[in-house]
Structure formats: C-alpha cells, structure tokens
Write a protein that binds this ligand. Sequence first.
Ligand code: 5GP
Ligand code: ZN
Length: 110
Amino acid sequence: MEDCIFCKIIRKEIPTELVYEDEKVIAFNDINPEAPVHILIIPKEHIPTLNDIGPEQKNLMGHILWTIKEIARMKNLQESGYRILTNCGTGAGQVVFHLHFHLLGGKRFE
Ligand code: 5GP
Ligand code: ZN
C-alpha cells in the first residue's frame, strides 16, 4: 500500500526506533508512548485490521504473538507484567489501518 504509514516504515522510508525485525514482522517504538515501554508489532504484509485475517494468516498470527512474548522478554517485562492491545476499527480507536499490536509495559496497570 503506497500511502500506508506503517508500510512506509517497513520500507524504511520513515525513520523509526526499530526494536525487532524478521522476514514476517517488524516492531518499533510508538512515536507517542502511553507507557515507559510502548512498542508496536506489525506484520510486513499489509493487512488493514484484525477483521481481514483469513485462514491463511493463522500461522502469521501465532508468529506475531510469539514475537510479542520474545520482545517482552528482551525488555525484561515478563516479571513485571505487560499488556497487549489491538484496536479493530474506527469505533475502537484504530487510527492506522495496518494491523498492529501495542505492547505496553514498565508501569502498573489498573
Ligand atoms: P491505533 O490507534 O491505530 O491503534 O494506534 C496507532 C499508533 O501508531 C498510535 O499509538 C500512534 O502513536 C502510532 N503512530 C502513528 N504514526 C506513527 C509513526 O509515524 N511512527 C511511529 N513510531 N508510531 C506512529
Ligand atoms: Zn500498510
């Protein structure tokens, strides 16, 4: 997708603080963090929302969740705890229509 901001990040056309990258996903610091650790994990494939996941993406979804757990370990969040969040659709507050998971940590959540 030409105009998608996260696709531009994947193509390295927009600079970001990269946290992790492999052939299927990348992770980078959120530009407007809501917690001491606020990382976005996204598939390299342009998928607008969770609603657009088909059966062929089930393995990718597992890989993303595994990646989130590994990043949480890298950031020493496994003991203190962390939160994973995805907004699906405008009504839920989704602003960027390229599937992404927020990894939030480094503070206590109520
Ligand atoms: P949403 O509300 O769609 O779930 O979250 C989009 C997130 O992307 C927001 O937390 C916002 O701060 C982040 N974001 C938007 N544009 C950029 C950008 O250009 N770079 C980075 N690193 N984060 C961005
Ligand atoms: Zn995209």
